[in-house]
Design a protein around this ligand. Structure first.
Ligand code: B12
Ligand SMILES: C[S@@+](CC[C@H](N)C(=O)[O-])C[C@H]1O[C@@H](n2cnc3c(N)ncnc32)[C@H](O)[C@@H]1O
Ligand code: SF4
Length: 574
């Protein structure tokens, strides 16, 4: 049963709870952004609100209901991303009628109310849906609920609601929301401190907590697979001059892992200063910061400066991140990707390797893009391995707010078909995901081959890098992979994934390279680790290398050096 606005109005403080599930060990910072916005711009409203410690991990229905009741929550706020949208909406549909909430407000990149007329019929348990950047919409909705200001489409933006009496849905227009000048971290030092403390207490991973750290909102580009800024244009805005205080605060709270969450770190010169400040903390105060992120597509001179600073101060310990998606020029054109050209990436990698031989370059790639074929993908993998880089590949995720999904021209041109299938995520949890089934350049069969090829190339790349790092010579990666593609193991893996997918809608492996029963994700890392840990795979590999390498390989394997090396590399893959 909902409480009426007037009885609500008389209450002293309205209690707001954010519920945001995602990767374990990650601090979910959204609440800080909304609290800062309201407290900075709407002081009267702010006086009437109480912000509860947000929930940062999935809860059971019973646990969540109990928590909401015990804390007298008035407004429940959920953040929807592709990894939790199904979970959250299913849970809300089960529990909403058991709660006496004033409202459920849902936001996040997976809220598509602006493009989906049936949104409230599909999700009747959501009272207000916010699309795109949510600060202004959130302030308007909460003001309506608490101060009884009217909700009028004309006076608000980026949100939608259904009228209680008429049942009519109103969708307010989109407006770009600028990044506030005020730091959400520093402004909320106390709440943020409690969130960090709570995250540390409940972190079940063996890695220190990660915090996403954004200074710039939006991206000037529009790569077709991407929904940055929820596909709502390419304006950007930035908070300036706050990084010193923020980094001081991270250090004070004992945060070590910082994920630079801008689309293009290095686009602004201030980014270099920010990285330098992190570095000084490590070098002068032994702060132990580690950073990861996505760097500028075109300002490579800034990237080089940052990478050098990062390597010299331990901000990265094993890897540099180059996001390229593919190196094939035609594929890059097909996805509207800005790029400086593969040669420039190779030259940068060579320069970095010379200065920091203990570090390797990993290349982020997407498998299943338009124009890719088994042959082109094999060439891409080969070229990356030939340059002693590690391929880090993702399976193309069709994001509803990306040009690939909303642009009819793109659909027509590339003729993508998609399929729902059960997948296993990075933390090996099952979920129902959508995968590209075919497009003009590949079919379902090809995609399974491309995935197996990626996993094998990744394994060989890691072994090659481990050999080099341990004083050996580089493997003939092309010769080895060409041979492995003719092996029985390759056929077993391709057949296994293809059959699981087409017969049972299971998009993961249930057999290993030699046909033993197994169960593991087909996301990056899982197949390669399974191969590297398999004695028979290492033995096959030994037959493909000269004697001197055979010996070294056998040593690295026996002493578990290979395995530890992989684990170190993946610990830094955020
Ligand atoms: C941190 C991060 C991660 C982390 C942690 C993820 C996690 N599971 O917890 C890591 C690095 C692990 C990661 C991985 C992935 N990520 Co990621 N990630 C981010 C990143 C960089 C920052 C998110 C963040 O904290 N932002 C800060 C908050 C304040 O901003 P916001 O999320 O945009 O929220 C605003 C609005 O959405 C809205 N809003 C959000 N919640 C709510 C709630 C309410 C009530 C309201 C009113 C409004 C509202 O208002 C906010 C303020 O304006 C974003 C990009 C970005 N800069 O946002 C991508 C992003 C979220 N990731 C994305 C993707 C695709 C992935 C991967 C699938 C990539 C891949 N191919 O593997 C994986 C999936 C991992 C998994 N299975 O969990 C997409 C999500 C698309 C989608 N529809 O959900 C994004 C948007 C980037 C992109 N376009 O590529 N990611
Ligand atoms: C958070 S995104 C960063 C995007 C970054 N601005 C860039 O241009 O590379 C990190 C990586 O996720 C992968 N990724 C992004 N969108 C994806 C999608 N729709 N499907 C699969 N992988 C995706 C890309 O490899 C990307 O480099
Ligand atoms: S992939 Fe990166 S560069 Fe391309 S639109 Fe998305 S955020 Fe921008």
């Amino acid at each position: 049963m909902s409480r009426s606005p007037s009885s609500f109005f008389s209450q002293k403080k309205t209690r707001i709870l954010f519920y945001q599930t995602g990767m374990k060990g990650w601090i979910k910072v959204n609440v800080l952004v909304f609290k800062t916005f309201i407290e900075t711009l709407y002081p009267v409203l702010a006086e009437k609100l109480e912000w509860l410690l947000p929930i940062q991990d999935a809860m059971t229905d019973e646990g969540l209901i109990r928590h909401i009741k015990q804390n007298n929550v008035d407004i429940l706020c959920t953040s929807h991303y592709l990894w939790n949208h199904d979970f959250l909406t299913n849970q809300l549909s089960r529990i909403k009628s058991k709660l006496t909430l004033r409202a459920v407000i849902a936001g996040g990149p997976s809220i598509d109310v602006n493009n989906n007329q049936g949104f409230f019929d599909q999700h009747p348990y959501i009272d207000y849906a916010v699309y795109g950047a949510g600060e202004q919409a959130f302030a308007d909705i909460v003001s309506h609920l608490v101060l009884e200001t009217p909700m009028i489409a004309f006076n608000t933006s980026n949100c939608a609601w259904k009228h209680g009496q008429t049942g009519k849905t109103t969708v307010a227009d989109y407006k770009f929301v600028k990044m506030l000048e005020t730091s959400p971290f520093v402004h909320n030092a106390e709440l943020f401190g409690r969130m960090v403390e709570n995250a540390k207490k409940t972190n079940v991973t063996n890695i220190d907590e990660w915090v996403p750290y954004t200074l710039t909102r939006g991206c000037p580009y529009a790569c077709t697979f991407c929904d940055w800024n929820s596909g709502l244009g390419n304006k950007i805005s930035r908070r300036k001059n706050t990084y010193r205080e923020e980094i001081d605060l991270f250090q004070k709270l004992g945060l070590k892992n910082i994920y630079l969450s801008d689309a293009n770190v290095g686009q602004y010169d201030e980014d270099v200063d920010m990285v330098m400040y992190f570095a000084q903390k490590n070098l002068q105060e032994d702060a132990g910061f580690r950073i990861s992120g996505n760097y500028s597509k075109l300002k490579k001179e800034n990237n080089l400066k940052m990478f050098n600073i990062m390597a010299e101060s331990g901000l990265v310990q094993y890897t540099f991140n180059f996001a390229v998606q593919d190196i094939n020029e035609q594929v890059l054109k097909n996805i509207d990707r800005p790029d400086v050209g593969w040669d420039v990436h190779v030259a940068m990698a060579d320069e970095l390797r010379e200065k920091h031989p203990h570090l390797i370059v990993k290349t982020q790639l997407i498998c299943g893009l338009p124009g890719q074929t088994v042959e082109s993908w094999q060439e891409t993998m080969q070229e990356i391995l030939a340059n002693n880089m590690l391929p880090v590949w993702f399976i193309n995720e069709p994001l509803p707010a990306s040009p690939a999904m909303y642009d009819p021209e793109y659909q027509k041109k590339w003729q993508f078909e998609y399929d729902k299938a059960v997948r296993k995520d990075f933390q090996e949890k099952y979920y129902v995901g959508i995968v590209p089934k075919k497009c003009i350049s590949f079919d379902q069969h090809d995609l399974t081959q491309m995935i197996v090829l990626s996993g094998i190339s990744e394994a060989i790349s890691i072994i090659n890098l481990a050999m080099i790092q341990h004083g050996g010579s580089r493997l003939d990666t092309k010769f080895i992979i060409d041979n492995l593609l003719l092996s029985e193991g390759y056929r077993i893996l391709c057949d296994n994934l293809y059959k699981n997918w087409t017969n049972e809608q299971k998009f993961y492996f249930t057999q290993d390279f030699v046909g033993n029963v197994a169960n593991y994700s087909c996301e990056v890392g899982y197949l390669s680790v399974s191969l590297i840990r398999l004695e028979e795979f290492i033995l096959q590999l030994q037959n493909l290398v000269p004697d001197v390498q055979k010996k070294q390989l056998s040593y690295l394997n026996k002493e578990k050096i290979l395995y530890h090396y992989v684990m170190k590399l993946y610990a830094e893959l955020a």
